[in-house]
Design a protein around this ligand. Structure first.
Ligand SMILES: [Zn+2]
Length: 259
């Protein structure tokens, strides 16, 4: 009788232990994957051919990016095909104004309606005609105001501003905060705060605190010789860190789904 009881207790213990382990897995599993730190890599202007080449080099990291396009009316058919390819491969195409103007200056001079009629509406319809349903906007020169935000939120789900400097990671305002207005940190070589180890420290902070860093760049090049240029080396180091640390690449529209 005693022996039987012993076997019975063993059997129950095994069953209970197994069910606990199983339950923990179920709880931990999805939580880990939906709350992973990561990066949003964004690119501004109209360097479509260069971005297309960057994508070829960075595909090895399973990266994805958001391309905020300006001067859409001046792009060639082959550049539009390149954007279509980028979109079909998991990247996001977003908007950066039709003529790359200073938003607040323009609104002050011509008014909000004129700004929307000249800079936004025609751009959105041109882009829609080519298969790009745009939901996100970045400010040329980072030039924004509360008034321009309000006007633009009638047309876009999120707005991206710009940020500079090399504050300690916990003071740096380049993390996505679950708000439709957010700021990216420039990673072009010409910025005073340019430093790959600093960018990596922001990623490390994001990893440790489950945050998402937003970076922005312009023309992607092998060797920077001008303003508004980001070298492949910078992108390579960022992507390598993200991949090696099991972090995630987000597009801007992924962020809304990640709330
Ligand atoms: Zn720009």
């Amino acid at each position: 009788m005693l022996k039987l009881n012993y076997y019975f207790i063993c059997l129950i213990s095994i069953l209970v232990l197994n069910s606990c382990t199983h339950e923990e897995d179920v709880i931990k599993g999805p939580k880990k994957s939906t709350n992973r730190g990561g990066v949003v890599l964004t690119f501004d202007d109209d360097y479509v051919d260069e971005w297309f080449n960057a994508n070829v080099k960075l595909k090895q990291y399973n990266w994805k990016a958001t391309f905020y396009v300006t001067h859409f009316d001046k792009l060639s058919e082959s550049q539009i095909r390149e954007l279509t390819y980028l979109q079909q491969n998991g990247n996001e195409i977003a908007a950066h104004g039709l003529n790359h103007i200073h938003t607040t200056k323009y609104i002050k001079e011509f008014g909000g309606k004129e700004f929307i009629d000249k800079e936004i509406t025609p751009m959105l319809s041109l882009m829609k005609n080519k298969g790009f349903d745009i939901t996100d906007f970045s400010y040329p020169y980072g030039d924004r105001s509360v008034e321009s935000d309000q006007l633009l939120f009638n047309h876009f789900k999120t707005l991206r501003g710009t940020n500079y400097g090399n504050e300690a990671p916990n003071f740096q305002n380049c993390y996505y905060q679950n708000k439709p207005l957010f700021f990216g940190l420039g990673i072009d070589n010409s910025y005073e705060h340019f430093s790959i180890p600093y960018f990596i420290s922001l990623l490390q902070y994001a990893k440790d605190h489950n945050k998402i860093v937003v970076f922005y760049a312009h023309k992607t090049v092998a060797k920077a010789t001008n303003k508004y240029e980001t070298e492949f080396k910078t992108l390579d180091e960022i992507c390598k860190f993200v991949k090696n640390n099991d972090m995630k690449f987000y597009t801007v529209s992924d962020l809304k789904k990640n709330k």
